[in-house]
Every structure is written in structure tokens, then in C-alpha cells.
Design a protein around this ligand. Structure first.
Ligand code: ASN
Length: 341
């Protein structure tokens, strides 16, 4: 029986750590030692493994995403699927970055990690790694996060728990698959399709800021963020509401920014739901000031998308139309059709 060829790319994170003699957690010496812990993978996949880094994912940033995407792009024709072992803290950002950079995939790209180091009692590392390889040999052709019992589209993944072994959730859409007695896939997944050609767009403008609106936030703080970045994501209240009553109104900062050609994307700090800037006056004002709604994108998906878009163009109207377009399922179809700036 043919065993699919899978490239494993280790990047670090808790999954690749074990307890040393002194009791502290340190990266496992070699990838081979990591894979030795999951020998069952050999029964259904031919694995080649490389190490890109051994960082805590808190230390990963846009240049790393480009590197990771480049490796997958270079090796794309040589493998049937890819597994990236990764720290959980910034996995959703890396998954979003890969989703934008590598489109029209014809094979699975799976990110996974663990909450507890693989060499520690009670670890979720082995289970997650084995399941990641199982999904990497399946017919799904997307960037995904496989974690606990869920298979989540890359741009919809969010780390929602610093405790639970079900650390990730699929935000604003159902998971594209479930892991129980069997792997169960949803009809909404994209599947391998012969003839599909990979679309590789390795663009990233790292200078994007993110500000969460809170009571008492001063306009000058937002002004500083706008002045020091090429674009800003603002997480408003509820459906994207921004205070308007203060003297140094945040809304006037948004207006000044967009007049200078800098994009300000307004999202929500709620975990679920979408922006709707025309619902309240406090939303309409920021919309009239030129803000771009993030619709139902997660903050991770919106932030990384703005970096990716600004890496390709600084033209505000192009940035606006690209931000409002759904490239890889980051905006729900029915909202993409009805939302307008
Ligand atoms: N700090 C770790 C990381 O993101 C957390 C983990 O992987 N569980 O690399």
C-alpha cells in the first residue's frame, strides 16, 4: 500500500520539549527523537523531517512566516502533505500567514502543537502529532490547525484557553473536521483537486499595529500607533463601536489617518460575531471617517491579512477592496456579499 510522503517541519514550541534531569523543560535534541515518540506514524506515512527553528512561538514574527512558506513552496512538488509542529501561543498567526501566502492548495498543510510537553505525563503532544499526520494524509487541501478533537481552517483558528487541552476553537464557522472514533470531515472543506496550481504570494509588511479600544483610551495613543505603522487594526466594542464624545476623539485620528492614505481596519473585541458599522452612531462615525470593517475575521486573521495586503500595495482603495475580499475563508460568504464600506 502506498504510504503518502509527508514533510514534517519542526519550529519549536512546547510539543518539541521534554523534561531534563534538572526538571526544567528544554527543546528535544533532534526531530528524530521527537518522531520516535510516535512510531505508529510509520505505518501510514513516509516522513521526512527538517527543523526550521526551536523557538517558543512567542518569538516568531513575519520574516519567519515567509521562511516557513518558502520551505513549503520549495518542497511542494516533493510531498503529498505537510505537518508543521509549532508552539501554541502564535500558531493562529502562522496559520493565517500560510493561508494567505499559499493559496489554491492541492494538498494539506497542518499545524499542530501541544499544551503539555510531549515527554511529560498527561501530554497531549503524541495525540495531536499523530492526528496531524493522519489529517496530512487525508483529502483536505487547506491550511489547518489540528488540535485536540478539532480540525480548524487556518484563518479561523484562535487559541482560546491557556489551560484546556482543547486549546483552539474555530471562530465564526464550524470546524472543518472532528476527531473522535474516526476522523469526520465537514462538506465545507476544500479537497484535493487535480490541476489546481499553487498560488504563492510571499508578501508581508510587518509594520502593522493592533489597538484594543477600552474606556479611557486617549486619542494620542492611537495617533502614536498610526504614526509608527503602515496600517492599524482597531478592536472596537461589540459590532465595531468606537467612542466619539472625548475631546481628542479617536474618530478624528482615524479620519486623519485615512486622509493620509493609511488604512485603519475596525474589528470587534468580542470573540464571536461580526462588525456592523452602520448599526450604531458610534460605528457609523468611524465608518464615515474611512475605517475598513473587518467583518467576521478573527483579530489574528485581520492583522496578518493587513500585513499581507500592505506587502503588495499601499494604495488605500486597493487595500480596502482586498481587505473586504475573502481569499481563504477568513470572511463568511454571506457577509462578504452584503457588507459594504
Ligand atoms: N509558549 C509555548 C509556545 O507557544 C506554548 C505552547 O506551545 N504550548 O511555544
Amino acid at each position: 500500500m502506498y504510504r503518502p510522503k509527508i514533510l514534517h517541519i519542526a519550529t519549536g514550541g512546547t510539543i518539541a520539549m521534554a523534561k531534563g534531569e534538572d526538571g526544567s523543560l528544554a527543546p528535544i535534541e533532534s526531530n528524530e527523537d521527537l518522531l520516535k515518540m510516535v512510531p505508529e506514524i510509520d505505518g501510514f506515512a513516509q516522513v521526512h523531517t527538517i527543523r526550521l527553528s526551536s523557538f517558543d512561538s512567542a518569538d516568531l514574527s513575519p520574516p519567519f512566516w515567509l521562511d516557513l512558506a518558502r520551505v513549503i513552496h520549495e518542497e511542494y512538488e516533493n510531498y503529498d502533505g505537510f505537518v508543521v509542529s509549532h508552539g501554541t501561543d502564535t500558531m493562529a498567526y502562522s496559520a493565517a500567514a500560510l493561508s494567505y501566502i499559499l493559496q489554491e492548495l492541492d494538498k494539506p498543510v497542518v499545524l499542530t502543537g501541544s499544551q503539555i510537553a510531549i515527554g511529560v505525563i498527561g501530554s497531549d503532544g503524541k495525540r495531536n502529532l499523530v492526528n496531524a499526520f493522519r489529517v496530512a494524509t487525508s483529502d483536505i487541501a487547506e491550511v489547518m490547525v489540528v488540535f485536540g478533537s478539532k480540525i480548524i481552517r487556518g484563518v479561523r483558528a484562535r487559541k482560546i484557553s491557556a489551560f484546556s487541552l482543547e486549546a483552539f476553537e474555530s471562530i465564526n464557522e464550524n470546524a472543518i473536521g472532528e476527531i473522535g472514533l474516526q476522523l469526520r470531515f465537514s462538506k465545507s472543506r476544500a479537497t484535493r483537486r487535480a490541476g489546481r496550481r499553487l498560488l504563492y504570494t510571499p508578501a508581508m509588511e510587518p509594520s502593522v499595529g493592533l489597538v484594543t479600544i477600552h474606556p479611557g483610551l486617549r486619542g494620542e495613543v492611537l495617533e502614536y500607533m498610526v504614526d509608527h505603522h503602515e496600517g492599524v487594526i482597531l478592536l472596537g466594542y461589540g459590532t465595531g463601536n468606537i467612542p466619539v464624545r472625548e475631546e481628542d476623539s479617536l474618530v478624528s485620528v482615524v479620519k486623519a489617518a485615512t486622509q493620509k492614505g493609511k488604512p485603519v481596519v475596525v474589528g470587534t473585541q468580542c470573540v464571536l460575531g461580526s462588525t456592523n458599522l452602520s448599526l450604531y452612531k458610534v460605528g457609523k462615525n468611524v465608518m464615515n471617517a474611512g475605517a475598513i470593517p473587518s467583518v467576521d475575521m478573527t483579530p489574528e486573521a485581520a492583522l496578518v491579512k493587513l500585513m499581507w495586503v500592505l506587502g503588495q500595495t499601499k494604495d488605500l482603495s486597493r487595500v480596502e477592496s482586498m481587505m473586504m475580499k475573502s481569499y481563504c475563508g477568513e470572511i463568511s460568504k454571506q457577509l462578504e456579499l452584503t457588507c459594504h464600506v
